[in-house]
Design a protein around this ligand. Sequence first.
Ligand SMILES: O=C(CO)COP(=O)(O)O
Length: 280
Amino acid sequence: MAMLGKEVRMSRLVNPKSKKMMAITVDHAISRGIAPMTGLHQIQDTIDKIIVGRPDAMTMTKGIAEHCMWKHAGDVAMLMKVSNYSPVAPTKDTVFGTVDEAIRMGADAVSMGAMTLGDFQGEQFETIGKFSEECMRKGMPLIGHVYPKGESVPMDKRTSWENIAYCVRSACELGMDIVKTTYTGDPDSMAKVVACVPSTFRIVIQGGDSCKTLDDYLQMTREAMDCGVGGVTMGRFVWDYKDVTALVIALRYIIHEGYSVKEAKELLAQLENDKNYEEF
Ligand SMILES: O=C(CO)COP(=O)(O)O
């Protein structure tokens, strides 16, 4: 029974045609500080704009879900983030939520973070191991936000394929179902990462750390989808964009409809102009 529950929930996260997952995340404020996350200040408004663009799922903490998701109940899969790091302790995630809460709130997955290759890897992995056992028992998918940002990793090695592969493989070994991590920067090295886990294990990418321009962002998304990455869980670039809904739709067309960067940019320009979001 529990295994069926997991399958049912996983199916809500993934587009049946493309088999990719498109999630937008709004969980950053606790980790990174509220002041710099200007796109999240008006949190209800930002969530509303994202949902008009119809992503498959949204990642958030329980408190924001309780306040902001009543009017969207059932419109989008909810991924319940149960841990976060802090602006003054960025190498350690602390757990503040439970699997039972996520189930009670109608979530389709539990999501938790870990920073590898640092002083706190051991305790974070220990926690993940316990959650993966409980999630399996209760039919709940477990998603990791796993990055090589521990104390031993220099800044210029945070996207090396070896370190990203280590994160991805660790998440798989700890019993997670999906891992969200950073794109390595090019499709050949990302394909090496993808090859380091069984094909049934889903890798999705974040966006905010790696891209400066819209072109880079769309290009990264296209390349990632083409080299075996199973989707995205994107945040900052999306909700910092001037037309949040239009960008969610343009990304959805890259991820699910196979759009090229050029086609996505044309669609984005059209949407920004006519605001005719419902048609897409
Ligand atoms: O780091 C993240 C928070 O979970 C993910 O998203 P971005 O990098 O796209 O902002």
